[in-house]
Design a binder for this molecule. Sequence first.
Ligand code: NAD
Length: 281
Amino acid sequence: MILIDGKKEAANLREELKKEVSQLKTKYNKVPGLTVILIGDFTPSQIYVRNKEKSAKEVGLKSEVIKYPDRVEETTILNKIHELNKDETVSGILVQLPLPRHINKKKVIEAIIPEKDVDGFHPMNVGNLSSGYESSVPCTPLGCYLLIKKVEPNLSGKKAVVIGRSNLNGKPMTQLLLKENCTVTITHSKTKDLKGECLKGDIVVAAVGIPELVKGDWIKKDSIVIDVGINKTEKGIVGDVAFDEVSKIAKAITPVPGGVGPMTIACLLKNTIECFKRSQS
Ligand code: NAD
């Protein structure tokens, strides 16, 4: 069984990105810039943003965090985004979610120009991804995709089962696997025979948010299992996959923590660099 080491893969990716940033600096005499907008004092968001800033600096990006109090007006945020859209030193803009209730998420996502949308949430990028065109891809599914490709470079003809249909994870994951010529089944809370569907998968990606939903007898021998879930339980953080059972059956599996999680921020840095490169061409 292959234990997919997301920490190691993310460190390797960051190392590659660091080299790339240094080459871009030589070529263009400037470096890609990432600006993160953080609203409020929700602790997990503060931790994510701190980690994003730290990683961005480590690979040599210009990194900036703009903080607003919880009660900031929506127009203030939209005006700041418009300003950043025009700022040539900013390659990527990210507004940390979740937002306070009085701020319209859709308006905020759509205010960021698609060229600087490093989260890949803008409808233009969603459309480009599903049309098979170049686009920013949401960071977590991009990380899952890179991990799967490490284990199995040729995915053509494989059966993939994605559990969860969120815009953040399930849907973009499906598009990435389709692009690789997988036959993809997307499942969700209303799926009738989830176990039966999972058993058909050469690849199973679980992005649900239910602790250890996927059991050992749901998984085909020699499948690749990617666990996106992060669930707080009495026994600590666990994924959406019952790791102890499934790791006895699968060919390869990501642990939680230490699997998909570390890849997410590395992919954000990758997206920022891609946005920069597209803006220079
Ligand atoms: P979400 O709540 O937006 O979507 C969950 C999806 O699961 C929905 O499409 C729903 O239909 C489906 N679902 C719910 N119950 C189900 C069931 N019983 N059977 C089958 N499908 C069911 O969640 P999300 O934002 O996509 O996040 C999913 C999980 O991934 C969460 O645990 C979240 O914390 C984690 N997450 C991890 C990372 C990371 O970096 N590793 C990033 C984002 C989210």
